[in-house]
Design a protein around this ligand. Structure first.
Ligand code: SAM
Length: 299
């Protein structure tokens, strides 16, 4: 099976984005899922640290959606599907002729998701920056759409990703998203990130771009009223990274932000979504309340 690649993911454009990230010393999430090895390290980490009862809220949300979904041959469009496990829980509850369109910026991951469903149409695009995305999706997906958006909102400042998402949604679509929550504060969830498996995964970017010795430092940071886990690479040796024909110099003590994971409460998520015209209609929480699945509609 082959994935269909959005023109914005051409090698030249990806190289220009990589150079922008190095210039700003802030690496976009997409660059941590680029290679087969990064995808495998992330899948391993995900299997190790995902809360044990994670599937339950997805199953509950799937049943609630299926009970009110009238179309025998609609389309499930999975945004940032990763390995697709959560989207497949939703698909399983829908009528058997529902089409599956897994999408992700990572070709290895989207192909893994597509393998599980014969006849699916894997698409590769960058949800944050792709232009004319609704038209591109329209070339490969029919009407009567359900969008899923699982595990993506944590890795972006919400003002960067929610306008892009909102532009895809029409009033007749259904929309399911998930968010990571911090019901007992950020310190309680820090060990899910501050561990060897996360460091191994995130260190792949600096390692494969020529960094020598350095440390991945993981902690809690504040952005306005929201808190997130952040990971930074702290250089311990001089190095030069190349991208798009440019060279970027780093010295010992320099910092490269690698990753963020925003955490929400149900209230802060609801307030954040409403700034972008999205309302939560039903919420489904894991037993430990650290993961929520939300059936949403447009305001
Ligand atoms: C934390 S994983 C979540 C995967 C899956 N949906 C889940 O919940 O298990 C984040 C996913 O978003 C994808 N991703 C990161 N940046 C993206 C972007 N700019 N556009 C589309 N997908 C992106 C990654 O490749 C990865 O598969």
């Amino acid at each position: 099976m082959k994935a269909i690649i959005h023109p914005g993911q051409s090698p030249a454009q990806v190289e220009a984005q990589r150079a922008d990230c190095l210039r700003q010393r802030n690496i976009a999430a997409k660059f941590h899922y680029e290679t087969r090895r990064q995808a495998d390290l992330w899948l391993k980490l995900h299997a190790q640290y995902a809360p044990a009862d994670t599937a339950a809220p997805y199953r509950a949300a799937a049943m609630a959606l299926a009970n009110q979904w009238p179309h025998a041959d609609g389309t499930l469009i999975a945004l940032g599907c990763g390995g697709g496990e959560k989207d497949l829980v939703i698909l399983d509850a829908l009528p058997p002729d529902t089409h599956f369109v897994p999408t992700d910026v990572s070709e290895p991951l989207v192909l893994k998701a597509a393998e599980a469903v014969p006849g699916s149409k894997p698409l590769v695009f960058d949800l944050a920056v792709a232009e004319n995305l609704l038209a591109f999706i329209g070339q490969h997906a029919g009407p009567n759409r359900i969008f899923t958006f699982f595990g993506i909102i944590p890795n972006f400042c919400p003002a960067e990703i929610l306008p892009q998402l909102r532009a895809l949604l029409k009033p007749e679509d259904r929309f399911l998203m998930s968010a990571n929550l911090a019901p007992n504060g950020m310190a309680a969830i820090l060990p899910q990130y501050d561990n060897g498996a996360t460091r191994d995964w995130l260190a792949e970017f600096p390692r494969t771009h020529g960094a020598g010795e350095g440390a991945v430092k993981i902690g809690i940071e504040q952005d306005g009223s929201l808190q997130h886990i952040a990971a930074h690479f702290s250089f311990e040796e001089p190095c030069v990274m190349d991208a798009n024909g440019e060279q970027f110099n780093f010295q010992p003590g320099d910092d490269l932000r690698l990753f963020v994971s925003y955490r929400y409460t149900q209230q802060s998520l609801s307030e954040t979504l409403s700034l972008h015209g999205i309302v939560i209609e039903h919420s489904f929480l894991s037993a430990n309340q650290e993961e929520g699945v939300f059936l949403c509609a447009l305001q």
